[in-house]
Design a protein around this ligand. Sequence first.
Ligand SMILES: O=P(O)(O)OC[C@H]1O[C@](O)(CO)[C@@H](O)[C@@H]1O
Length: 445
Amino acid sequence: MISLNIEKTFGFISKENVFAYEAQVKAAQEALENGTGKGNDFLGWLHLPSSITQEHLADLKATAQTLRENCEVVVVAGIGGSYLGARAVIEALSNSFTWLQEKKTAPVILYAGHNIGEDYLYELTEYLKDKKFGVINISKSGTTTETALAFRLLKKQCENQRGKEVAKKVIVAITDAKKGAARVTADNEGYKSFIIPDNVGGRFSVLTPVGLLPIAVAGFDIEKLVAGAVVMEKACGKDVSFAENPAAIYAATRNELYKNGKKIEILVNFNPKLHYVSEWWKQLYGESEGKENKGIFPAAVDFSTDLHSMGQWIQEGERTIYETVISVENTQHKLQVPVDEANLDGLNFLAGKRVDEVNKMAELGTQLAHVDGGVPNMRIVIPALNEESIGSLLYFFEIACGISGYLLGVNPFNQPGVEAYKKNMFALLNKPGYEEESKAIQARL
Ligand SMILES: O=P(O)(O)OC[C@H]1O[C@](O)(CO)[C@@H](O)[C@@H]1O
């Protein structure tokens, strides 16, 4: 079970003012439950964990098994919500050096379709040349340029290297039930496919096949991941009192901080495996709340690494920030600092201590230093980096995001702003249908 502690925000905002959100939070929860708020056609994530069936999980596991048996490498092609959730979970749960290990227990998972880097794609296709590889092509709209471009390259290469028949077996599509080019291709080619429900937006889709299939291919237990999310679905339900509901408290606290000039939330971890959880979180909160000229800017740092790069700014820069720390209670492994007779490095004061004890003192010391420097601090504690905890954490952030967006007064479930760059790019590339825009944009160059 995860827990939230907001004590170290109270020098900056008052407990009373946080608890004054209770009625607004209740209204937000009811709007989510009853589907009466903004963006109410995108609430499929709300009770998704508890509605996932054993049959669905079995289908995902069977497909994952086919990929595991037939591939050394599986490329997950997707961008934004169509890859960040899978990557967040896989990196949180994997050995840090998994791709360097000789004896592999699962295919190496690589990612594409989340950038348009020619060198990236060249180097990826070069690497795949002598590999038995498969592809999971993920796109809700089925038309996202970055993903479609990467998939065109990968599909051709897979067919050329492995033949059309095998390619059919090792390419899986996750997309809309009816619309979009990815659906047309999957149906025409006869790929195994999974549907992204209409009412689940990309950034809320980690517990659909979008996240679950790659996670299962990587060898992790999707049943436990979903079970962890179910725990949080209950713990953050609308019948849980405000004081007992961590999502309600988190949503209220961040809105109160924002009202008091804290415009930037920095998600902090002390564990490099959580880097992509932060990336996933940035999209979740950035796309959900950054609209109508409002919204907390979601930033993230990996400590203690970034204490030696961003630490100065956080300690003494503009006081418009607050931190939310994800603290992991228990490590997966034990490692002690050895004694050294000569003690030339002067580290014998640490001898015999677990490395995690040093890390935890860095965490505690940083919290107090940053609070002293004028940075409010919240702390989310998760028991360990395992499937249950990560499932809980993901759902916690999702439900808190829904509530928080409603407190802010925006529609947390659309993202109209992301179309602007796409329109310009298509106009500049002379995409059919963009003739007028092409003329207009050429005149501005
Ligand atoms: O799954 P799709 O449709 O390819 O979209 C990927 C991502 O692109 C966005 O639509 C933004 O363009 C995100 O909201 C989404 O997660």
